[in-house]
Design a protein around this ligand. Structure first.
Ligand SMILES: NC(=O)c1ccc[n+]([C@@H]2O[C@H](COP(=O)([O-])OP(=O)(O)OC[C@H]3O[C@@H](n4cnc5c(N)ncnc54)[C@H](O)[C@@H]3O)[C@@H](O)[C@H]2O)c1
Length: 281
């Protein structure tokens, strides 16, 4: 995608952090914005700030873990602006960090995988046909993570590996069909956002009745990670990197090189002789 001015961008998770920054960057490029989030107050605040800066923006309260909500988001976009060219499936939560992976409940899985993975499946199913219908195509960004390319360490990592796989499969299908639709798998490292306060948006019906045995340790880990993120990259810097990547049509976008050793170590271990049956002789 090379031309941005006058086109329409949809960004999920836009009340906070990176989504908020992406919306800002696209608006500065002259795009009309649709911003979506489950945090209605934060969403309204973001919309007011953007309007005050002279940008065109439509806030649409959306729970991205529900197909019906994503479909409503697409309908709201089309009825307001008549088309869509850029969609960022960006909303996410840190999810279950309260024990070993086998100790997680159905509710932990439903929340973590619903917001981080199913949301992207629903985004692909709903928005790719709309982008394909444009004469000049469009672009989809799926916010993955550095955890998508290093060894998965928790449920969040499981979800983010899946988002990367989905994005690669999507890219392959679009290329095979010669579509004018580009795809980017954005893999941020440590970015100064509220990701590790994601539980603020966990819906009541997906809260565990009995706290997990590791709930206290999970709270401490979240607090430590929140501190660590607060020293991370500013979201607007990621937005700038992403904007250039969309222009260039890049599939993989890593925000930094801090994780290179872990990426190499994982792939070396996968390719090591120990990972395979011993070669005969
Ligand atoms: N911050 C980092 O270091 C980092 C690193 C790699 C990847 N990411 C990814 O970046 C994306 C953006 O997160 P962020 O870091 O800006 O965190 P953030 O918490 O600041 O923003 C996430 C937004 O998603 C929204 N959200 C949560 N559940 C939702 C739901 N069910 N429906 C709609 N919106 C919902 C939140 O209200 C919030 O506004 C996420 O996918 C996250 O996994 C973040």
């Amino acid at each position: 995608m090379e031309e941005f001015a006058g086109k329409v961008a949809v960004v999920t998770g836009a009340a906070s952090g990176m989504g908020r920054a992406f919306a800002q960057r696209f608006a500065e490029a002259g795009m009309k914005l649709v911003i979506a989030d489950v945090d209605e107050i934060g969403l309204e605040r973001a919309a007011s700030e953007m309007r005050a800066a002279g940008h065109q923006v439509l806030p649409v309260p959306t729970d991205v873990s529900k197909l019906s909500a994503i479909e409503r988001l697409a309908r709201a976009t089309l009825s307001q602006y008549g088309s869509v060219h850029l969609i960022c499936n960006n909303a996410g939560v840190e999810g279950y960090l309260d024990g070993a992976i086998w100790e997680a409940t159905d509710k932990d899985w439903t929340w973590t995988i619903g917001v981080n993975f199913w949301s992207v499946v629903f985004g692909v199913r709903t928005f790719i046909p709309l982008l394909l219908a444009n004469e000049d195509g469009g672009h989809m960004v799926n916010t993955c993570s550095m955890t998508s390319v290093v060894k998965a360490r928790n449920m969040y990592g499981v979800a983010k590996h899946a988002v990367l796989g989905l994005t690669e499969a999507l890219d392959a299908d679009l290329r095979e069909r010669g579509a004018k639709v580009g795809v980017t798998a954005l893999c941020p490292g440590i970015v100064a956002t509220r990701l590790f306060q994601g539980s603020r948006n966990r819906p009541p019906e997906l809260q565990n009745e009995v706290p997990a045995p590791g709930a206290a340790a999970g709270r401490e880990l979240r607090a430590r990670m929140h501190e660590r993120l607060s020293e991370g990259m500013p979201p607007l810097e990621v937005a700038e990197t992403l904007f250039e990547a969309i222009k260039e049509g890049r599939l993989y976008v890593l925000t930094d090189h801090d994780w290179d050793d872990q990426i190499i170590a994982r792939n070396e271990e996968i390719l090591s002789p120990r990972a395979r049956d011993a070669e005969p002789g």
